[in-house]
Design a protein around this ligand. Structure first.
Ligand code: GCO
Ligand code: MG
Length: 402
């Protein structure tokens, strides 16, 4: 089954998405997500210049070999751009295999380990009261796992809080917006927010929070310890991803579960964290972590150390990635939770999806392969818009982690 054509589709139905479409001489085609927020065109160039010409003529059935061709074959290996390009190729090949065999992706990954996938909602507020209300709203919608974020008094721009009434979307048109952040007021504020949430609604639901890389190791250790009375499901990205040793300090002081790695792209980012049991959940998504082929290896390593999977699922990952994640979540034994941020309506004008949300869980139907379709004519109605993620500075002007 030879690959006869490969093309990249870029569209912006509400936000930018990059999609790879591979066609075979058997008439079966596959789709893969190649979206890297704010760096979309870098992945397009990597695919078009360096990968797609080498894909034509290859046997689409040989997923493992093709993965290694693009991973080992790239002398300059790893990194988010390279690994996102490999992910898109890999997803499209798994989609083709499922379609060719007439079976959904989860069957190729070992079959169902569960019937539905627990997802977590985003509850955000411009102030403490709003954030607490947003948690109540998510509970009313049936969510059993809820991430809470709020603006921090005295901090000009907090991570995760939407502008106006629109859904949260960090990437903004043009060059990066410069935001102002300070960690000290946040550290004082977060226990108050969590206390209000737990004293209002009790403990019979999972509560999560994303630090978004804003702490030093000792600040993160203090925060994780302060979170213990609130029984968090996880504290996400307490320190910047590249400082893996920072996780040792957190573990030494607290048993609050830790999730990390939405910015990771390789199993080698996780080896110390998993083998030393410094984390509880893997966040690296299929779209940025080398696809299903590579994530299977990460999930298997994690399982050995009783670490669970908790895929990144923000709206800057396309519905194709979300559907692929649900297949994976259904299949692996060591599944923890899946992030769920519904895409805006225009995205569903372009992408026809096969999953649905119901009372705290997502399910996916049994269409062969990944099961998401793209309407290429509709995609043309939404041309690419250059956009960037923000950057952050401290109040004295020092560049900081966003
Ligand atoms: C999350 C993430 C996102 C990222 C975004 C960047 O946990 O969902 O932190 O909000 O900031 O995906 O592109
Ligand atoms: Mg995050």
């Amino acid at each position: 089954m030879k690959i006869v054509s490969a093309k990249v589709i870029v569209c912006s139905p509400g936000r930018n998405f990059v999609t790879l479409k591979l066609e075979t001489d058997a008439g079966v085609y596959g789709l893969g997500d190649a979206t890297l927020n704010g760096r979309e065109k870098a992945v397009v160039a990597y695919l078009e210049e360096h990968c797609l010409p080498a894909l034509i003529g290859r046997d689409a059935r040989n997923i493992e070999d093709i993965w290694h061709y693009f991973y080992r074959g790239a002398y300059w290996r790893r990194g988010p751009v390279t690994m996102t390009a490999i992910s898109a190729i890999d997803m499209a090949l798994w989609d083709i295999k499922g379609k060719a065999l007439g079976t959904p992706l989860y069957n190729l990954l070992g079959g169902k380990s569960r019937e539905r996938v627990m997802v977590y909602a985003h509850a955000t507020g411009k102030e403490l009261g709003d954030a607490v209300d947003a948690v109540g709203k998510a509970r009313d919608e049936g969510f059993v796992a809820i991430r809470v974020q709020s603006s921090v008094p005295g901090v000009a721009s907090s991570y995760g809080v939407p502008k106006g009434d629109r859904a949260y979307e960090p990437a903004q048109k043009g060059v990066a917006e410069e935001q102002v952040w300070e960690t000290a007021p946040y550290l004082r504020y977060l226990p108050k927010l969590m206390d209000r949430v737990r004293s209002t609604y009790g403990f019979d639901f999972h509560l999560l929070h994303d630090v978004h890389h804003r702490c030093t190791p000792s600040q993160a250790a203090r925060l994780a310890k302060a979170m213990e009375p609130f029984d968090l499901f996880w504290l996400e990205d307490p320190v910047a991803g590249e400082l893996q040793e920072g996780l040792r300090m957190i573990r030494k002081h607290s048993t609050t579960p830790i999730a990390i790695g939405e910015v990771f792209n390789s199993i080698y980012d996780y080896t110390t964290l998993i083998t030393e049991q410094l984390i509880d959940y893997v966040r690296m998504p299929i779209v940025h972590g080398g696809g299903i082929t590579h994530l299977q290896k990460v999930a298997a390593l994690a399982a050995v150390y009783h670490v669970q999977m908790g895929f990144h699922g923000a709206t800057d990952l396309s519905p194709i990635n979300f559907a692929a994640s649900l297949h994976f979540d259904l299949a692996v034994n060591n599944f923890g939770v899946q992030e769920y941020m519904p895409h805006v309506d225009p995205a569903f004008d372009v992408f026809k999806v096969n999953y649905k949300f119901e009372r705290g869980y997502c399910t996916i139907d049994d269409k062969p392969g990944i099961g998401v379709e793209i309407d290429e004519e509709k995609a043309k109605k939404y041309p690419y818009v250059a956009a960037s993620l923000p950057v952050a500075r401290r109040t004295d002007g020092t560049m900081f982690h966003w």
